[in-house]
Write a protein that binds this ligand. Structure first.
Ligand code: NOJ
Ligand code: NOJ
Length: 515
C-alpha cells in the first residue's frame, strides 16, 4: 500500500512537472504599463468631450460632443465625426460596465451624447434632410464641434454612422438595465427608441444597398466594414424594436434586411472568395484591379459588430474573432506590412511570430496631413491584438475541442508545428497543447500592444493617429480620441484573455492522472 502511494505520487509528480514549468509568468512590467495606459487613455478621451473636458470650452464644444482631436489645423480634426463619436461613447459604456460605481459624470456624458444626437439627426446638411424618405441627412459623416453643419466638400454620404450609433445606444441602455440603479437615462428608453434609434434603422433600411463612402472616407462603393456594422445594428435594432413593442411590420422589415445583408456578406457580395484567404473590404476595387482588398477595416468591423451579449440573442452576426477569414486577414496584413513599413524591419527576423505596426491598407497614401505614403496607425495595430484576445476568450468559452480547419493551417502553424498539412487538426480542449497554443496567441496579441507602446509619447502617454513608417515618430492628428478608445478596448479584452490564461495555466490533478 505504501509503495503504491509512493509510486502514485511520483507518477503525478513526473507527469505534472513539465506542465507546471510552462505555467505562465506575465511580464509584470508590461502588465503594469498596459493597465496604467488604459487609465490614461480614459482621461484623454474625456479631455476631448464637451461638458466633461477640463480643457474644452462648453460654447465651443457642447456637452456630450466628442471631437476627433483637439487639433484645429494641419490637420483640422476639430469635428464631431459620427463614427468616431459613436465608437468613443461605446468605449465609455464599456468603461462603466467595468467600473460601475462613482462614474455618474461619464454616464451623464453619454446621456448628453444621446440628446445631442437627436438634434444633429434633424439638422439639414449636404446629405439631405431628416424629413425626406429614409432620412438621407443621417449619412452626413461629420459636424462642426459646436453642432452646426459642415458645408465643405467631403467623402459623403457615409453609411456607418447610424448603425454604429444604434449599437452604442443599445449597449448603454442594456448597461442601465443591468445595474438596476436610480440612474435613469435623461430621455426615456421608449423616446430614445422611437425618436433616435428608429430613424437610424429607417436610414439603414433605405440605404444599405447603395454605394456610399467607407470608414476611411475615400471610396464610394459597397464595403465590408459598413455592411457588417449595419448587420450588427439590425440585430440590436430588432431587439430594441421588440422591447419597445414596435409593429410586427417594422420588425419584419428589419429581419428581412438582416437576412439579405447576411447573405451578401457571406455569399454573394464578393467579400469572401474561394481563392483569397482574407476578407475583401471593397470588392469593386479588387475587381477593377485598383486594390488587393486587404484592409484593417475588416478587423475593426469584426470588433465593432460583436459584443458580450452576442451569444445571448438569436441573431448571430458572422465574422467574429473565430472566423478563419478574420484571422487570415491578420496573417495577410502582417505578411504585407512587415516588409512595407521599414519601421517593422527589426521585428521580421524574430523566430517567433511577432506583431508589427499595421496601417489601414497596403495601397494607402494618406500620411496624416496630406498624401504621400501611408503609415502604420494605432487603431489598426491595436485592432489585431483585440481580435486575438477575443479569440482566446471565445475558444475558452465553448468547451468543445478546438478544430483547426485546413484554411487556418498557416495562421496556427506559426505557433504549433504539429498544425500542418491539408487535414483539419483537432486539439483537445484544455489539453497541454491547447493551453500552450492559447499562451502563444496571447503573446502574439501582446506583441502588437508592445509595438504601439514603442511609439506612444513616453512622458505624457499621448497618442496621435499614425507613426511614421521609417522612423516611428508619431504623426497626424494629435491626441486622437479614437487611438485612446482602441487602446482601452484592447486592454479590456486583454483582461479577459489573461484570466483565461491564468486559470488554465496549471493542470488539474485529475486530468494529469487520467491522461
Ligand atoms: C481625410 C480622411 O479622413 C482620410 O481618411 C483620407 O485618407 C484623407 N482625407 C484623404 O485625403
Ligand atoms: C480619418 C479616418 O480615416 C476616419 O476614419 C476618421 O473618422 C477621421 N480620420 C477622424 O478621426
Amino acid at each position: 500500500m505504501k509503495i503504491a502511494i509512493a509510486l502514485l505520487t511520483t507518477g503525478v509528480f513526473l507527469f505534472s512537472w513539465p506542465f507546471l514549468s510552462t505555467s505562465i509568468h506575465f511580464n509584470q512590467e508590461l502588465d503594469e504599463w498596459i493597465q496604467n495606459h488604459a487609465n490614461i487613455s480614459i482621461s484623454y478621451i474625456l479631455e476631448n468631450i464637451g461638458g466633461i473636458s477640463p480643457v474644452l470650452n462648453d460654447n465651443e464644444v457642447p456637452p456630450g460632443t466628442v471631437v476627433a482631436s483637439p487639433l484645429k489645423s494641419n490637420p483640422d480634426y476639430f469635428y464631431n465625426w459620427i463614427r468616431d463619436s459613436a465608437l468613443t461613447m461605446r468605449t465609455l459604456v464599456h468603461y462603466l460596465q467595468d467600473n460601475p460605481t462613482d462614474n455618474i459624470k461619464i454616464s451623464d456624458s453619454i446621456n448628453a451624447y444621446i440628446m445631442s444626437s437627436y438634434r444633429l439627426q434633424r439638422l439639414h446638411n449636404r446629405c439631405g434632410s431628416f424629413d425626406e424618405n429614409g432620412h438621407p441627412g443621417l449619412g452626413e459623416p461629420k459636424f462642426l464641434a459646436n453642432g452646426s453643419q459642415f458645408s465643405e466638400d467631403w467623402g459623403r454620404p457615409q453609411s456607418d454612422g447610424p448603425p454604429l450609433r444604434v449599437s452604442t445606444i443599445k449597449a448603454f441602455l442594456d448597461h442601465l438595465n443591468s445595474v438596476s440603479t436610480e440612474e435613469d437615462p435623461f430621455l426615456s428608453p421608449s423616446f430614445i427608441y422611437t425618436s433616435i434609434v428608429k430613424p437610424d434603422l429607417e436610414y439603414i433600411l433605405a440605404f444599405w444597398q447603395k454605394n456610399l463612402f467607407d470608414p476611411w472616407e475615400e471610396i464610394n462603393s459597397l464595403h465590408f466594414f459598413n455592411l457588417l456594422v449595419l448587420l450588427a445594428a439590425l440585430r440590436d435594432g430588432l431587439l430594441l424594436a421588440k422591447e419597445n413593442g414596435d409593429s410586427h411590420d417594422f420588425q419584419l422589415k428589419l429581419l428581412n434586411a438582416f437576412d439579405d445583408i447576411n447573405l451578401e456578406l457571406t455569399q454573394n457580395g464578393g467579400y469572401v472568395l474561394p481563392t483569397v484567404p482574407y476578407v475583401v473590404e471593397t470588392p469593386e476595387l479588387r475587381l477593377n484591379g485598383q486594390r488587393k482588398g486587404l484592409d484593417s477595416a475588416v478587423l475593426l468591423a469584426s470588433i465593432y459588430a460583436h459584443d458580450d451579449s452576442d451569444k445571448a440573442n438569436a441573431f448571430a452576426v458572422p465574422f467574429d474573432s473565430k472566423d478563419s477569414h478574420i484571422l487570415n486577414t491578420i496573417y495577410a496584413l502582417v505578411a504585407d506590412m512587415k516588409y512595407r513599413y521599414p519601421v517593422n524591419s527589426g521585428r521580421v527576423q524574430k523566430p517567433q511570430k511577432v506583431g508589427v505596426g499595421l496601417g489601414r491598407y497596403p495601397e494607402d497614401i494618406y500620411d496624416g496631413y496630406g498624401t504621400s505614403e501611408g503609415n502604420p496607425w494605432f487603431i489598426t495595430t491595436l485592432a489585431a491584438s483585440e481580435v486575438l484576445y477575443r479569440w482566446i476568450s471565445e475558444v475558452d468559452k465553448s468547451s468543445n475541442d478546438l478544430v483547426i480547419t485546413s484554411d487556418l493551417v498557416d495562421f496556427f502553424g506559426q505557433f504549433d508545428e504539429s498544425v500542418a498539412g491539408t487535414e483539419d487538426v483537432t486539439i483537445v480542449h484544455q489539453s497541454p497543447q491547447f493551453k500552450k497554443l492559447l499562451r502563444k496567441v496571447f503573446a502574439f496579441a501582446d506583441s502588437f500592444v508592445e509595438v504601439a507602446r514603442l511609439h506612444v509619447d513616453k512622458n505624457s502617454g499621448r497618442m496621435l493617429e499614425q507613426f511614421n513608417k521609417d522612423d516611428g515618430y508619431m504623426q497626424g492628428a494629435e491626441s486622437l480620441t479614437w487611438s485612446y478608445s482602441s487602446f482601452y478596448n484592447a486592454f479590456r479584452w486583454r483582461q479577459r484573455a489573461k484570466k483565461v490564461i491564468e486559470e488554465t495555466s496549471i493542470m488539474p490533478l485529475w486530468w494529469v492522472m487520467w491522461r
